[in-house]
Write a protein that binds this ligand. Structure first.
Ligand code: PLP
Length: 429
């Protein structure tokens, strides 16, 4: 890249982190399918184990293919460093493992991917990490939920499934005043649409399984260190501010400065909990990222057209898409993500549960499955699938009422996507 220019998004998406392979000249980053790496000598090994030199020991902790993915996502988000792991949920687990000790609390938006709500309510509770829920639409409710045990705030930039937009800057302000980091799950927006670090977030997390990889073929997760948070404060984040016995008493935030969080998540969390990404998946995801901007542009254009069409359809009672001027999130979407409001949203069908089941049973181009962020258009009726175990009241509260359908609009021709929905909606009768 040219030294006197800051490369733009599309250039970083193709090049960041990658160079021709120094040994073979291979232009595309090879899949380094190895578990371990030969040391130069005993001193080299000692310096790697002691964190005195950067290098590879074992693929659970670092891998050269995965390193390119990490550098690329860090560059696109504008962070200081990143860590790629086996899934989005693994990335969330490592973030909280690096910040919290048993008895600590964090505040999370109530509008989140259902799997995150489960992870926080149940598995995290068994680790002694306690979640307090706040109203995603009311930043002040985050301030109200903060106690002296609160160590972090967690939100989604665009919330899954409802496609609502969270006021990142307002909540970042509250986090800053409380002296806690703001973590933003940017899976649904991707850095093409929104860069949370620019709006005051401290850590960004992705399910790379979705739009980053973008082809529905590889699980992965990435956490990005914004380099902005002071982890030394009052010994509240001991993994970063206390001497580490396994690294000769090293204090990670002193040694690694503005990328200490990513290092701690790697050399403590990933090392000990172990959810490493396979180099093959890292390769697939970084290849997907090369076309991220092109894909997101088409995803958003298609989603806008489909949402407008659904909004005018007589069998549809409502559409929740921030790209529609009638959405209560429209102004926030324009301010935070002017290039588009994403490609995942919900709508309601007249006729309730049976109508919802009829639509997902009759689609042909759409795939009926539990995923988002594929090149293909995807559809699900949460009340009969992901949320079926909840009571009717709980379903409505979770945005998964009997009439709700969630779509993830792909990059096929918009006319074909609409034609498929048209024939599926006609099955309602
Ligand atoms: N965050 C969001 C917004 C998601 O939609 C998902 C999965 O659907 C996750 C996190 C979890 O990611 P993964 O399935 O890669 O563990």
């Amino acid at each position: 890249m040219t030294a006197d220019r800051e490369p733009g998004f599309a250039t970083l998406a193709v090049h960041a982190g990658a160079q021709p392979d120094p040994t073979t000249g291979a232009r595309v980053t090879p899949i380094y399918q190895t578990t371990a790496y030969v040391f130069d000598d005993v001193d080299h090994a000692a310096s790697l184990f002691g964190l005195q030199a950067f290098g590879n020991i074992y693929t659970r902790i670092t891998n050269p293919t995965t390193a390119v993915l990490e550098e690329r996502v860090a560059a696109l988000e504008g962070g200081t460093a990143a860590l790629a792991v086996a899934s989005g949920h693994a990335a969330q687990m490592l973030i909280f493992h690096t910040m919290l000790t048993p008895g600590d609390e964090f505040v999370a938006a109530n509008r989140l991917y259902g799997g995150s709500i489960n992870q926080f309510n149940h598995s995290f509770k068994s680790f002694g990490w306690n979640v307090a829920w706040a109203d995603a639409d009311n930043p002040e409710s985050f301030a109200d939920a903060i106690t002296d045990k609160t160590k972090a705030i967690f939100i989604e930039s665009i919330a899954n499934p409802g496609g609502s937009i969270t006021d990142i800057a307002a909540i970042a302000d509250i986090a800053r005043k409380a002296g806690v980091p703001l973590i933003v799950d940017n899976t649904m927006a991707t850095p093409y649409l929104c860069k949370p670090l620019e709006h005051g977030a401290d850590i960004v997390v992705h399910s790379a399984t979705k739009f980053l990889g973008g082809h529905g073929n590889s699980m992965g997760g990435v956490l990005v260190d914004g380099g902005s948070f002071d982890w030394s404060k009052g010994g509240r984040y001991p993994f970063l501010s206390e001497p580490r016995p396994e690294y000769q008493g090293m204090v990670l935030h002193e040694t690694f400065g503005n990328f200490a969080f990513a290092i701690a998540a790697r050399v403590l969390g990933l090392r000990d909990l172990g959810p490493a990404i396979s180099p093959f998946n890292a390769f697939q995801i970084m290849t997907g990222i090369e076309t991220l901007g092109l894909r997101m542009q088409k995803h958003c254009e298609n989603a806008q057209l489909v949402a407008e069409w659904l909004d005018a359809h007589p069998a549809v009672s409502w559409v929740s898409y921030a790209g529609l001027p009638s959405s209560p999130y429209h102004a926030l979407a324009k301010a935070l993500m002017p290039k588009g409001a994403g490609a995942v949203f919900t709508f309601g069908v007249k006729g309730g549960y049976d109508a919802g089941v009829a639509v997902v049973s009759n689609v042909e181009l759409f795939s009926h499955l539990a995923n988002i962020g594929d090149t293909r258009s995807l559809i699900i009726h949460p009340a009969s699938t992901t949320h079926r175990q909840l009571s009717d009241e709980q379903k409505v509260a979770a945005g998964a009422g009997p009439d709700v359908i969630r779509v993830s609009i792909g990059i096929e021709e918009a006319e074909d996507i609409i034609a498929d929905l048209d024939q599926a909606l006609s099955a309602i009768g």
